[in-house]
Design a protein around this ligand. Structure first.
Ligand code: NAD
Length: 265
């Protein structure tokens, strides 16, 4: 496999895109440690992959939980080559004026806590181990890191913040660690929102008319599944396949290019 012998850590690796990354990384020969808050999702991952994976139940907003995930990867698999920051929350496109000031106060802290602080704390916990292996970090962004209407104000701002984090970390951690981002577009997953906005009981799949409906945002007239986005993660994690790439974001969302007007809606 293209990732043979690599030890990797994926946050939010229990479902959706993170799970697709974990499955593909194992198939490519890597070992995968997952930091995930859902015990049931960890159980499912471990029953699929056995001793190729480790699950750490914890919260990405906690420095201690991030440190535990890194030390689990290092002790189980001898080091850490790749850190994938991926766990995230969505705001379901909630517009500024649709939220009370109090809801904004709490929602901001919760959503930025996961999408931005979670990435910063993960990078902090992983930096030394990844540098030792001359490895790399990959962060999940979104079409919302570039364009409006991939979310509301909180989500869009959080993904722009994460893009800035990638740029700064690529500078600070050079020359030993490459730091890049991948920006997927919509997909039907278990992606949820902040509890403080009463959005923790709803998943993005609940608000999509059907899994094919995402195709209408894409220039390619195609409704991707999580698995369709993982090739870029393999490319960025593989030894020698992206040696010149740092501080880059692969926009693989296909929503920035306008749709041809003659395509069906
Ligand atoms: P998902 O909910 O299926 O997967 C995210 C995982 O992270 C879940 O298993 C969840 O339990 C876990 N998680 C959430 N908060 C956590 C926390 N505080 N600590 C530990 N684990 C936590 O959703 P997904 O769609 O696969 O999301 C993955 C990434 O993809 C996110 O960064 C999201 O912003 C991004 N993204 C998603 C879409 C989409 O349409 N689904 C589009 C663009 C980008």
């Amino acid at each position: 496999g293209r990732l043979a012998g690599l030890s990797t850590l994926v946050t939010g690796g229990g479902s959706g895109l993170g799970r697709a990354i974990a499955d593909r990384f194992v198939a490519e020969g890597a070992t995968v440690t997952v930091l995930e808050r859902s015990a049931a999702k960890i159980e499912s991952l471990v029953s699929a992959h056995g001793d190729r994976v480790r699950g750490v139940r914890g919260d990405v907003t906690s420095a201690a939980d991030n440190a535990e995930a890194v030390s689990t990867a290092v002790s189980a698999f001898g080091g850490l080559d790749t850190f994938v920051g991926n766990a995230g929350l969505w705001d379901f496109g909630r517009e500024l004026r649709a939220m009370s000031p109090q809801e904004l106060e709490r929602g901001f802290d919760e959503l930025f806590g996961v999408n931005v602080k979670g990435y910063v704390l993960g990078a902090r916990a992983a930096a030394e181990a990844v540098a030792e292996r001359r490895g790399s970090m990959i962060f999940t962004l979104s079409n919302a890191a570039f364009h409006p209407r991939g979310g509301g104000v909180l989500y869009t701002a959080s993904k722009h913040a994460a893009a800035g984090l990638i740029s700064q970390l690529a500078y600070e951690l050079a020359p030993h660690v490459r730091v890049n981002g991948v920006a997927p577009g919509g997909m039907a997953t278990d992606l949820r929102g902040p509890g403080s906005m009463a959005l923790d009981g709803t998943a993005i799949t609940d608000v999509l008319p059907d899994a094919d409906s995402l195709g209408r945002y894409s220039a390619l007239d195609f409704s991707p599944r999580a698995e369709d986005y993982v090739d870029s993660y393999v490319l960025l994690a593989a030894r020698g396949e992206s040696r010149t790439v740092t501080g880059a974001v692969f926009d693989i969302s296909s929503v920035g290019t306008p749709r041809r007007p003659d395509l069906p809606v």
